[in-house]
Write a protein that binds this ligand. Structure first.
Ligand SMILES: [Zn+2]
Length: 279
């Protein structure tokens, strides 16, 4: 089926009380692993392409791959720009055929975040494309001073109503990248956000977050969970294993890559099944 909008799959998630997995892809194998697994599990999925790839032209080719695989898919597939920072990246994403964009202006003052997000919403909605924004700031793992960046529920309410976003990423204690120690999630804060905001909520930094915590976040309104680091780590680890096994031997690329693809599928399956259990 053709690609669908983010808002469509989030409506399914809301109705079922589940979350949809959003996986960052970067090549053929990662893209295929995500979409193939979604089909095997008969679950909707979000394929994400990080903003850097829109600056170096790779996103254009990856977008063509995603579109082709989605067309053969029996389940809804969303193609999403992850962490768009500039209007130019959003414009390119729209041009390449995404059905959802994230505008990440959360490091700007509150009023500027609203203004830029609103601008992107107007631009994207005109094309039938969904928009995710972020309020509060999901930090890199090595950052200090985490507490002051968490999402304030009252601001989230104002932000959602003034911007008309389709999904809101909140900062409740997760971080991007690998954790040095397990994250402490502020579930009470999430509950308060959920009680005043009626747009679906997004969890960034989903990689390596303990499953009991993830379960709670789904219970309290998280409908999209981003997985990038864990998927890429599985890819890197299995590449090393295969490189050792193939040392001194020739192997065609597709044959060499197949076990790497299978390992990524295992991780995507585990995540998708877990996110789709009613909590
Ligand atoms: Zn993120």
């Amino acid at each position: 089926m053709p690609l669908v909008k983010l808002s469509e799959v989030l409506a399914i998630a809301e109705e079922k009380g589940i979350a949809i997995g959003a996986f960052n892809i970067g090549n053929y194998e990662s893209c295929k692993a995500v979409i193939e697994t979604a089909n095997e599990l008969k679950l909707p999925v979000i394929v994400q392409i990080f903003r850097r790839l829109f600056d170096n032209g790779k996103a254009r080719d990856l977008a063509a791959l995603v579109k082709g695989m989605a067309a053969d898919s029996d389940v809804p597939v969303v193609m999403h720009l992850d962490h768009g920072k500039t209007i130019e990246q959003v414009e390119k994403a729209i041009q390449y055929g995404v059905t959802s964009v994230m505008i990440d202006a959360c490091d700007l003052p509150f009023s500027d975040n609203i203004r830029i997000t609103r601008e992107v919403v107007l631009m994207a909605h005109k094309e039938g494309i969904s928009v995710e924004a972020e309020l509060g700031h999901v930090l890199p793992q090595d950052s200090d001073n985490k507490a002051s960046f968490l999402t304030v529920p009252e601001e989230a309410k104002e932000f959602a109503s003034k911007t008309s976003v389709d999904a809101l990423a909140v900062a409740i204690g997760t971080a991007h990248g690998h954790y040095k120690e397990p994250p402490v999630l502020d579930i009470e804060r999430l509950k308060r956000i959920q009680s005043v905001v009626d747009v679906p909520l997004v969890l960034h930094g989903g990689s390596d977050t303990p499953i009991e915590d993830v379960k709670k976040t789904i219970r309290f309104g998280i409908r999209k969970i981003n997985i990038a680091t864990e998927l890429h780590q599985v890819y890197l680890d299995e590449l090393l294993v295969q490189s050792e096994l193939h040392r001194g031997k020739f192997s065609p690329i597709d044959v060499f890559m197949h076990p790497v693809y299978e390992k990524m599928k295992e991780l995507v399956k585990e995540k998708m099944e877990f996110f789709a259990l009613r909590k």
